[in-house]
Every structure is written in structure tokens, then in C-alpha cells.
Design a protein around this ligand. Sequence first.
Ligand code: BG6
Length: 489
Amino acid sequence: MKKNIFPADFLWGGATAANQCEGAWNIDGKGISIADCTRIKKNVNKKDYKSLHEIKSEDIERAMATDDTVEYPKRHGIDFYHHYKEDLDLFQEMGFKTLRVSIQWTRIYPTGMEEKPNEAGLKFYEDLFKEMKKRNIEPLVTLHHYELPLYICNNFQGWYQREVIELFLKFCKTVYTRYKGLVKYWLTFNEIDSVFRHPFTTLGMVPDRFPKDKFEEVVYQSLHHQFVASALATKYLHEIIPEAEMGCMITKTLSYPENCHPQNVLLALKDNRKNNFYSDVQIRGAYPQHIKNEWERKNLTIHFEKEDEEVLKKYTVDYIAFSYYMSKISSINEEGKERVSGNISSSVKNPYLDITDWDWQIDPTGLTTSLIDLYDRYEKPLFIVENGLGYNDTIEADGTIQDDYRIQYFKEHISAIAEAIEEGVEVMGYTPWGCIDLISMSTCQMSKRYGFIYVDLDDDGNGSYKRYKKKSFEWYKEVIATNGNNLLD
Ligand code: BG6
């Protein structure tokens, strides 16, 4: 591929989420969030991704009754709350142009119900954004990254009750007003399409609190509330910070037909359409007809207020952000076939792809395909805000981490982005996931590491929290310094 393919203002950087890195879960006025209630899963059956996300009412009660941080590792994270300046120095050294972070709702409104925001929480993010700006790192901020206040989960059934929209908008308006001039790039709901994969994490819904036969309807209703909230959050952003840009954020779960059997091709098309539905609503501003038909077929009633359709239509997002980790296979006959899993979803194994230690299929070509597909569909700028390889790195006696496998992974994925740009796709930037090791979303393990920076901490909460540069640190620094040209001919 020819050189100078990446635009001069390409936003190279990294991505994090507050609940997986900040720690400091109960200080400076922070309230408890649903993330603080998720337990470590060490011996998971990797083929059973669903069990990773199972949660019952009794689990919540147990979590509320303890201050333990070992069983609940997101409570300590990597203590980014106290280490952020040191971490930003390292990101600056790598040449980051941007850093994706999220604002924890519970730092600003501990339960979501308070009339006045918590000043200590507001001040923390203000300092963080100012320190980023000092280092020429543009903040990219997610408003809702699996961090719902536990109070809302317990008292409003998560996003099921419509009042939550207003509570969320109060939070949004507060942070827009406070961070005007500091934050240009925003995202509404992280991986909004994950509502069915993990309703607790995404919507704060505990399945045993709803009748089993109504659960699908309840999830769609809660999702509808998030869509309306996303549209209104976009409206207020444009009013309060006119120069700011709002993105939606979806998981790109590209599906290939298992073979050229026409039924497999059709099934893959339908699976991809289902994945695109979540961005369709936020970009095209309306539910696609096939979803309405599905509701009718299944006899699901989703309640719309009379203004909802207009709100969705009017306040669409400015750009499309997505995570990309793996592709899937659509097969009309899955019986007896080998499967792969991941926290994303499970599917028949693709014989042409390698898998990670956590059973996720590695498919850089799928990233090119995804970029072209999304761009042709929406003709809006794209931002890859998550991509990466979870690996149990080894730290050598001399303090080095030889993560050549990660370098190989990123080399292939960045080349895949270059190929899409060559095909005319507009890509704003690339922020690899967990640019510094952090707590895994799905398993809460520390040993599932994604970073260019190693953090000395294990799955039992032992360690010095000291940061070490991995081999990939210098490698990524060179990629950024040459604007990707060192990977091209
Ligand atoms: C994405 C999430 O689905 O995947 C992140 O937005 C998460 O929060 C990432 O950390 C990787 O998943 P995991 O389970 O390996 O941490």
C-alpha cells in the first residue's frame, strides 16, 4: 500500500472506560454503580459466554453488603484515579492525539437522583481533561459505558422506566456545561447493541425481576429509552457546545455466510442487518421496517410517546464509532459444529482464522470489510474506538514484556484500516482498547491484558500498581510518529 494514506489529522490514541480503570469506587462522594457489583470469574468456560454475564438479585444484595475489592476488582481498577498524570505522561510519550475515557455518572450524581452535582466528581474530570489538553491529547468521552448508578438499577428497573431518560439528560447537561471548551468528541451509549447479550451491564436490568416470557419486550422497551436518550443527548450537546460532535457506538459483529449456500448467504445478510439496526436508528433516525415486523410477529408491544419518532428523526449523530474484535459465521445448520465464543457472541468456528486464548477469532480483513460496509451504508465519518488482543502477558525478570503477538495483531489491523481508506472510506481515528492494562469488562480479570503499558497487579488484587512499557509501546509510538507510514511500502 502506498504511503501517506492516513490523513494528517488522524486521531491515533487509545481507549479506556472509567469503571475498568479508575478504581476509587467509594471516595470523594462517588455512588455505587452496577459495575462495582460485578464479580471476578476466574475459571470460566470460554465456550459459554452467556454465563459470564449472568446476574441474579441475590448477587446484587451480596455486592451491596460488602466493601470487598478483591472479589469486585472494578472497585480498585488500576487506580487511574490517582495515577492519571503519570499515565497521561506515558500516553503523551507514545504520541497519542486522543484518549477515550468515560465519565462515571455516579461520580457526578451518586444515585442519579440528586438535584445538585457532586463537585469533587466534576473537578476530577475537569482536571483530567485539562491535563490531557496540556499534553495535546484530545479527550474522546463516553457518557454511558456500563456504569449505571445502582440506585437506578434497583429503583427504576434499569432503563425500563422512562423517567431514567430525564435523569440521564440532567447528567449530560451538567457535564456539557462544565466541560464546554475542553471536550469536542463525545459518544452516547457504549455498544448499545449489547442489550440482549448482557442486559444487566448495558441496561441495568436484572432478569429475575421480570416475567420470563416478557423479557424480550422489556429489553426492547429499555433500548427504546436509550435511543430517545441518545437523540436528546445529541440535541443538548449541539445546543450547549455547538462545535462539539456526537457519535453513536456499536459493536461491529460482522457475519460471513458459512458457504455459498443461498440460505447461508441470506442468513448472514439478516444477521448483519440486525447488527446494523442499532446504528440505523441513531444515524437514519428511524426504526427499520424489519424490526417493526419482528415486534408484530412476536407480539411485542413497545410503547412510544407521541414525540419519540420526531426526536429520533431530528437529532441523529454526527459520526459512527464502533468496536471491532472479531467476525462471526452464519450457518443454517450449526448442529455438531465446532464453535468459538468471546464476550461478544458465539458462532460456528471459521476454519480460516486463528483464535485468541479467550476464544475470540482474529480477523483483520473483517475490519476492512466492516469499514467499507458501514461507510457505504451511511456515508458518515467512522471512528474505530476499540480493537485489541486480550493476552496473559509475562513480565520477564528484567522488567520487559515481549509482546510480539500484540505487535503482529496491530500491524495487521492498522494495515486493514489503511486498505479501507484506500477504498475511499473516511476514518477519523483509531483508539486500541485498554491501551493501558485494565480490568476486563466480562471476566473482571486483570490477567486478560490489552495494553501497551503493563500494570503490576494480579487477579487476586496483589501488586504494586507500577507501570511498565511493553515492547509494543515503542512500536506503537513509531506508528504514530510516522502517521502509519512505517507499516506501508
Ligand atoms: C468491549 C467493551 O465490549 O469489549 C469494553 O466496550 C471491554 O468495556 C472490551 O473491556 C473487551 O472485553 P473484555 O471482556 O475482554 O474486557
